[in-house]
Design a protein. Structure first.
Ligand code: TPP
Ligand code: MG
Lengths: 378, 282
């Protein structure tokens, strides 16, 4: 018996592997550093398995085509970086409103504007939550290794289908371009969620019915349902509405179908936290340095632990509160001006000191820098 | 005795009729002609996907036409439709939207879809104005017309959208007006049967927001004007630019067979799948 398949792979290609494992069969995109390898990987792999790749004229068209393909019944995705994500946000809002599953990968680089095409950043964390206009609830996950990129990409598709909503996979340039040896999951090893389709005859189908789960079955276009989908605020039949009694419930539905399941969506990785008095909180590439820093601090006898947010949105309020209940201080490390730090401050009790180590000069945070910060706050 | 049911009622979403277009608007006529064309060539609405953008014209298919309808964002219906067509080349995918939508904000998608020659039928309703937002200048508004955002008269020359799409590589391009309902129906039938990218510019009327600017108060005023202004493509070839200045050139601009994108992509994919199978076997 040969060993399980071990491969040397970069994070961007791990997205492709994870997505194909999850059943993604349509990719539309527009080249942009540092995400381009995702498109290149899909251009090569998708035709081999009967999927379709198309390079569109811009990112607005890319996400539009992705939503179109999803409406046609296929798991679809795109990948981009800051400037491209900014162009996509209007149509991502369309996917929220129409409850159309799709996955958007943002391999983050420095911004604003064209910013730092080749440098690492985590400054689109808030954009993943609030990028498009209007009230809605977002799901975003953030892996910190190549292996995790495979599993979190699969999970991004699962969450997207499960809740009928767009999901953003937040990579940073380091994770996207880093190469690690990983073992790809065998078929059947990871859960894959398939889209639920209606079973009733078309005449009886109520596309946005207010059911217990708030997540409706979704017919594929061309299957005879003669369905109506619009980005205008709509009633349970999918028709445009201006009635207050229908508007608020629609928006509640978009929020509650996700917020009632924060536990299921939240994924945190923890290390040395049981008796920890100080905790590092981080995600993406910074989490790698934070775990290392915590390990070194432990070896030196300090009661330090680390939490990695593998999912960032919806923010894990309850879980963080519980995990940090016995610690006096936390240090939030991130590659931006404190986008998750604001959330941590919001969530933790007043008497927990929230310190930050923020870098936004295009460089990574190292374990040494985190340890220096630890010394400073001890 | 119950009222006899119109034979085309099965093609529209009866539950939300009557439609909400203004009196004299061309959109009702276009819905009517489109429905006739679909029935005439026996297309099954259950195997059609109608995609529209944002604007009055985008309401023609959505919600009124009873196929699978996708009412998208302003300017983007062709890009959404591209995703549908690529995954389901077997379906008839139709885009109906306004001139502002298709040739203004969405102009980039339009020319690239025509260049790819993807098998969509795009019916662009050219009322020369941004109707839904209350009558602002569009890329199709004639020069000198005063709109709410060109209070001193439009100083920009308008796009000849059908000519643009032909130059970009579409398989079939035509231009008709809402006066030419029979010709328009035949053109739609032809476009819907075409394999590659087909495009019809439908010169239409907006009595409320365009008409009042140019002294045409009713739909009928417009139709009479269109009738007088229209010149057939063949005849136009013999006319000078000055002679054509205030004319509408109607008819078929091109009808040619070029490789269609989604079936081409389908072929490439099938070849790759075969290749991989062979590699695995051998
Ligand atoms: C991104 C965006 N910009 C602007 C608008 C506002 N808007 C709605 S309809 C419209 C113009 C519609 O004009 P056209 O496409 O010609 O359609 P018509 O109403 O004339 O049929 C505009 C500008 C919008 N909905 N979205
Ligand atoms: Mg218009």
């Amino acid at each position: 018996m040969p060993d399980k398949k071990r491969v040397l792979m970069q994070g961007n290609h791990a997205c492709v592997a994870g997505a194909i494992y999850a059943g993604m069969r349509f990719y539309a995109g527009y080249p942009i550093t540092p995400s381009t390898e995702v498109a290149e990987g899909c251009a090569r792999r998708l035709p081999e398995i009967g999927g379709r790749f198309i390079q569109m004229e811009d990112e607005i068209g890319s996400i539009a085509a992705v939503i179109g393909a999803s409406v046609a019944g296929l798991k679809s995705m795109t990948a981009t970086s800051g400037p491209g994500y900014s162009l996509m946000v209007e149509n991502i809002g369309y996917a929220y409103m129409t409850e159309t599953p799709c996955v958007i990968i943002n391999v983050q680089r420095g911004g604003p504007s064209t910013g730092l095409p080749t440098k690492v950043s985590q400054s689109d964390t808030m954009q993943a939550r609030w990028g498009t206009h209007g009230d809605y609830t977002a799901i975003a996950v953030a892996p910190s290794s190549v292996a995790e990129t495979v599993t979190e990409t699969i999970r991004a598709f699962n969450l997207s289908e499960r809740f009928r909503t767009p999901v953003t996979l937040l990579l940073d340039e380091v994770i996207g371009h880093m190469r690690e040896i990983i073992t790809l999951p065998e078929p059947g090893e990871c859960e894959v969620v398939e889209r639920v389709k209606p079973t009733c005859p078309p005449e009886q189908f109520i596309p946005f019915e207010m059911t217990e789960s708030l997540v409706n079955p979704m017919p594929a276009y061309g299957e005879g349902y003669r369905n109506v989908i619009t980005g205008l605020t709509h009633d349970t039949m999918g028709f445009t509405t201006n009635k207050p009694v229908e508007i608020a419930p629609k928006l509640d539905k978009l929020r509650n179908k996700i917020m009632r399941h924060v536990d299921e969506i939240t994924r945190l990785r923890t290390e040395f936290i049981d008796d920890a008095e100080i905790l590092f909180i981080s995600y993406g590439s910074v989490a790698r340095a934070a775990f290392q820093a915590a390990k070194i601090a432990r070896e030196a006898g300090a009661k330090v632990g680390a939490i990695q947010l593998q999912s960032i949105w919806p923010f894990p309020d309850k879980e963080l509160m519980e995990l940090c209940a016995r610690c006096r201080k936390v240090i939030v490390g991130e590659l931006n001006m404190g986008q998750v730090a604001i959330e941590v401050e919001r969530v933790l009790p007043r008497d927990t000191e929230v310190h930050t180590l923020l870098r936004y000069d295009g460089e990574i945070l190292t374990p040494m820098q985190l340890l220096e910060k630890l010394d400073e706050v001890l | 005795m119950s009222e006899p049911r119109h034979r085309l009622m099965d093609y529209v979403r009866e539950e939300i009729m009557p439609h909400r277009f203004c009196v004299g608007c061309g959109c009702g006529t276009i819905l009517n002609v489109f429905t006739h064309a679909v029935a005439e060539i026996d297309l099954d609405p259950a195997r059609m996907v109608c995609v529209s953008g944002i604007g009055c014209s985008s309401w023609i298919p959505s919600p009124y036409f009873k196929a699978d309808t996708l009412h998208t964002t302003h300017g983007r219906p062709i890009a959404f439709a591209t995703g549908v067509k690529v995954m389901r080349p077997d379906l008839k995918v139709v885009v109906i939207a306004g001139d502002g939508d298709v040739s203004g904000i969405g102009g980039n998608h339009l020319i690239h879809a025509a260049r790819r020659n993807i098998g969509l039928s795009v019916f662009m309703v050219n009322n020369g104005i941004y109707g839904m937002t209350g009558g602002q200048v569009a890329p199709t508004t004639p020069e000198d017309v005063k709109t709410s955002t060109t209070p001193h008269g439009n100083i920009e020359p308008p796009f000849k959208v059908a000519d643009l799409v032909m130059a970009a590589g579409a398989s079939y391009v035509a231009r008709w007006t809402t006066y030419h309902v029979f010709q328009l129906r035949r053109a739609m039938e032809h476009a819907l049967n075409k394999e590659g990218f087909s495009f019809i510019e439908i010169v239409s009327q907006c009595p409320d927001y365009f008409g009042r600017r140019v002294g045409l108060r009713t739909g009928v005023d417009f139709l009479q004007k269109f009738k007088g202004q229209s010149v057939r493509v063949k005849k136009a070839e013999t006319m000078t630019e000055e002679e054509l200045a205030d004319k509408i050139v109607v008819g078929q601009l091109c009808d040619r067979d070029r490789p269609e994108f989604s079936s081409r992509l389908h072929r490439v994919t099938a070849e790759q799948v075969e290749l991989i199978k062979k590699e695995r076997a051998g």
